[in-house]
Design a protein around this ligand. Structure first.
Ligand SMILES: [Ca+2]
Length: 454
């Protein structure tokens, strides 16, 4: 307390309403900034104009003031901040054991892509969302992630959010969505993806549709009418590229077309529905797109698969996705080449991530016409939906160190739909472990942050 008292006096004197009226000298300000660092061991951001801590927006540091970590470096940080955005941030780096001071800039919360672009130009690895209290990686080492999303659009709403994440990742230059395969039969389910493509500004992402997959699958939320929604004036609410007379390519054919045109071992598949179309791809023979069989094509072109599904640990019970289309699932597990890495995302990882319907609607208050918002406004989505599918997509783009993964092993599927894991350093399979409360809160905030971008 002895040490803290002068700090408190310094800071509160500086932050008092009277102090706000008069500009502090740089020397006084340097004492305040240093004291703030002592008071806020986890970090702070302060405006030099108001001497208040902003509570909204995305803070990014400038390159010029990085490596400022002692009292002597603060005056230079103040000079830079005065000449730029009048903002100073402090943060503790546990790796280095140092507290850093930076001249910063704040972007609006809905301008994540611009904030990350600025961060990359300033060699910053992360940006900080002040309102949500989360760091977001700017992925300074940009990766060339080529993704095919394989989804069962048209039942649970988490497929919509997984697809939304991919568009947002593309906005940020983090991945390239080269195609979407819809493994749930029914033309409307592909039309939903078409609506999403157009809404998010990627109308040319090709869509394939399964036409001979699992029949009579359960539908949780019937949002298949979404593509055909009209305003009270009778005008279609959502734009589509493929008109009513247009057709979609057969799902496994689109896989063959896309894979054959990609570099070897370059494609990541995020599988968040059934594996029906993947099974048909693996069973396919040479065609107009490739002289390779399906198995050979997957072995040559696919780097890894991030699959929502699997039940691991002590529990031996059927997996929902795999059991619903068990004949296809068994073929998939038997035919998939062991050279292809698979990361499973068990349901328990997404279970704690509860994106409440009222939050979804309020996060999307920036527009009246939104396909996901429409679904939440006009259908009952309070059915225990959790953010399961985004876990496979986030892992695919963010990389494996974003999650805690099991050791390597092999996974076999039983005819009852149970996934059996056998540890083996040479194995191609791993699975995500559930995160703790802080991790789950952070990831849910991350998904919400993506929902408010526009
Ligand atoms: Ca799904």
């Amino acid at each position: 307390m002895k040490r803290l008292l002068p700090i408190l006096i310094t800071v509160f004197a500086a932050l008092s309403p009277a102090a706000g009226q008069q500009r502090l000298s740089d020397k006084e300000l340097a004492s305040v900034i240093w004291a703030m660092g002592e008071m806020y061991p986890d970090g702070f951001t302060i405006s030099l104009d108001s001497l208040r801590q902003p509570t909204r927006g995305i803070a990014v540091s400038y390159l010029e003031t990085q490596n400022s970590f002692d009292k002597k470096s603060i005056p230079a940080v103040i000079r830079h901040a005065r000449a730029h955005n009048n903002l100073i941030g402090g943060w503790y780096d546990p790796g280095e054991g140092r507290y850093y001071f930076d001249s910063s800039r704040i972007f609006p919360e809905d301008s994540l892509a611009a904030a990350l672009d600025f961060a990359r130009k300033n060699h910053q690895h992360t940006v900080y969302d002040l309102g949500k209290g989360i760091n977001i990686r700017s992925n300074y080492e940009e990766k060339d992630v080529r993704i095919i999303l394989d989804c069962d659009m048209g039942s649970s709403t988490d497929d919509l959010f997984a697809l939304m994440m991919l568009y947002r990742y593309m906005d940020m230059g983090r991945c390239n969505l080269i195609g979407v395969v819809v493994d749930r039969m029914g033309r409307a389910n592909a039309d939903i993806v078409d609506v999403m493509n157009n809404f998010y500004g990627y109308p040319d992402v090709p869509i394939g549709l399964e036409t001979d997959g699992q029949k009579d699958t359960h539908v949780w939320i019937t949002y298949h009418n979404l593509p055909y929604a009209r305003t009270t004036e009778g005008v279609p609410m959502f734009k589509r590229s493929v008109g009513d007379d247009g057709t979609y390519m057969e799902g496994y054919k689109l896989y063959r077309k896309l894979l054959s045109s990609q570099p070897d071992r370059s494609v990541t598949i995020a599988s968040i529905g059934f594996v029906t179309t993947l099974a048909r791809l693996l069973e396919s023979g040479p065609d107009e797109f490739s002289p390779l069989s399906g198995v050979e094509l997957v072995r040559a072109k696919v780097k890894d698969i991030y699959a929502m599904g699997g039940v691991f640990g002590d529990a031996v019970e059927p997996d929902y996705n795999f059991k619903q289309a068990i004949d296809f699932s068994l073929k998939f597990f038997n035919l998939l080449p062991k050279e292809v890495d698979v990361v499973f995302s068990p349901g328990e990882v997404g279970d704690p991530l509860d994106y409440r319907p009222e939050l979804v609607i309020s996060d999307m208050d920036w527009t009246d016409l939104h396909p996901i918002k429409w679904t939440y406004q006009f259908l009952n989505c309070d059915t225990g939906q959790k953010m399961w599918d985004p876990q496979a997509v986030i892992n695919a783009v963010e990389g494996d160190d974003f999650y805690k993964l099991s050791p390597r092993g092999f996974v076999t599927l039983t005819p009852a739909g149970e996934t059996l894991f056998k540890a083996d350093p040479k194995g191609n399979c791993r699975y995500q472990y559930p995160g703790d409360k802080v991790w789950c809160d952070t990831v849910l905030k991350y998904i919400r942050l993506m929902a408010i971008q526009h």
